[in-house]
Design a binder for this molecule. Structure first.
Ligand SMILES: [Zn+2]
Length: 454
């Protein structure tokens, strides 16, 4: 069996369907999962899948592997990743896997795995790899049954949120898994919903299901403006991330969404702890401090955010990529559709027609990526930190370096997932923005002279 070991990532497994994820590889993964489950005294394993074209076949290969170990299987059909997480709170088993390529290109697919309600750690992923390489598998004869968890999922959201008025909203499911449930959720909350691309279709014929990119939000912006919707909500392919459009058609990035969520949470729970990643605006930590909440800055990566929430009992976590974790009247897992419903609650309770105008804004750059090999990226960041002298600024060194000046900040970090450096800048004025960018550019150029201007 040919095994591309790059499919094993920090907290999940991802690769190109049919190329990396061949029948043999996927079946072996199923055997590893079933064997691991039985060794942990778990005898039923939940399996869900997204709407990608390769997902039904991958399901067949994976489930045959799981059953061959003697572990039983609960098939929950086409679901969003959050519906799968919900199922681990709802069904007899609190362990399972969802087959999903998330927001990756259409030819990709992957696996998000949960044991006892927790997403797999990197050690657990390595252990699954070891099982596959050593063929450390159990043998037996499991059985498979089907469960439909859609109704209990909708009821979980309806139990958490009540809207005090009917809202006109637009949503864009991007032909991803959100299409199986999002419209029902919002209609049952009492909204009039204009839906774009609700038909799950893994060829993604309209646009790619990644709401962090403006190009994928253009149709939703148009719908919001044409229909005078109070908000536009969009989801990535497996609906664990949220994109938001204001009534004016402006994209509300996740750090600004977090300002709105933080206000609501701190109001009902004073001194609440709130976790966010190093890419988020300084306006977010300023706002949390102003409201007397407790801002906790964290490394980028949704597993780190989840871990920090668990360690600190934070009531909210979020990252710039759009994963938002509510841990107050929701069990702490990231869910784009639920986060969207929380946004509707804020809109319904607001005295303003457009509550987004109350959220402060600064000038900022999108994420800047500079190619650097996996070997050199860490060394470059290390040398940059050693060479630098930011005596007039506050520095945060938990993930690369974030330098906070009086009128803005800059970030340099090695990417977790790709061979590149990641930079982001934000400032009160264009002048300050350019000044900060220049400091970082000159620092990097002295280490890597052929670096492209940013
Ligand atoms: Zn996703």
């Amino acid at each position: 069996m040919e095994l591309n070991q790059n499919i094993f990532r920090a907290n999940d497994i991802r690769g190109i369907a049919y190329e990396d994820l061949t029948p043999e590889v996927v079946q072996s993964l199923g055997r590893a999962l079933g064997s691991e489950a039985i060794d942990r005294n778990i005898h039923e394993f939940i399996v869900g899948r997204d709407a990608r074209l390769s997902s039904p076949e991958i399901y067949d290969w994976l489930s045959s592997g799981i059953i061959s170990t003697g572990c039983n299987l609960i098939d929950i059909g086409i679901v969003t990743s959050p519906m799968f997480y919900h199922s681990t709170y709802e069904l007899n088993s609190s362990s399972g896997v969802v087959i999903t390529g998330s927001h990756n290109p259409g030819n990709y697919n992957g696996f998000k795995i949960v044991f006892n309600k927790n997403s797999t750690s990197s050690e657990e992923i390595l252990n699954l790899k070891r099982r596959i390489l050593e063929k450390d598998f159990r043998k037996g004869k499991g059985i498979s049954k089907k469960e439909d968890i859609k109704e209990t999922y909708i009821k979980r959201i309806l139990g958490s949120i009540k809207l005090n008025k009917n809202l006109n909203i637009s949503i864009d499911c991007g032909n991803g898994a959100a299409g199986v449930v999002a419209k029902d959720v919002y209609e049952r909350l009492g909204c009039n919903v204009i839906e774009l691309y609700g038909e799950p279709d893994g060829s993604f014929p309209n646009h790619h299901p990644d709401p962090s990119k403006l190009i994928n939000m253009e149709d939703l912006i148009k719908s919001v403006k044409e229909n005078n919707s109070l908000v536009g909500l969009a989801f990535d392919g497996d609906a664990d991330r949220l994109g938001v459009i204001s009534p004016k058609g402006e994209m509300i990035f996740p750090d600004r969404q977090m300002i709105m969520f933080s206000r609501q949470i701190i109001q009902s729970s004073p001194n609440a702890k709130i976790v966010f990643d190093v890419k988020c605006s300084k306006l977010l930590s300023d706002e949390i401090e102003k409201l007397k909440g407790r801002p906790l800055i964290c490394k980028t990566g949704h597993a780190f955010i989840k871990q920090k929430i668990r360690e600190t009992d934070a009531l909210l976590g979020g990252e710039m990529s759009g994963h938002i974790f509510f841990n107050d009247r929701w069990p702490g897992f990231d869910d784009g559709i639920y986060a969207g419903a929380r946004m509707l609650e804020i809109i319904a309770n607001s005295e303003q027609d457009d509550p987004f105008v109350t959220v402060p804004n600064m000038l900022s750059t999108p994420e800047i990526n500079i190619p650097a090999s996996d070997e050199e990226k860490f060394q470059i960041v290390k040398t940059f930190i050693e060479n630098s002298n930011f005596s007039d600024a506050k520095t945060v060194n938990i993930d690369g370096i974030r330098v906070e000046f009086e009128k803005g900040w800059g970030l340099l970090r090695p990417s977790n997932t790709s061979p590149c450096l990641v930079l982001r800048f934000e400032a009160e004025t264009n002048d300050h923005l350019n000044k900060i960018k220049k400091i970082f550019y000159q620092g990097l150029k002295s280490i890597k002279p052929n670096i492209n201007k940013f």
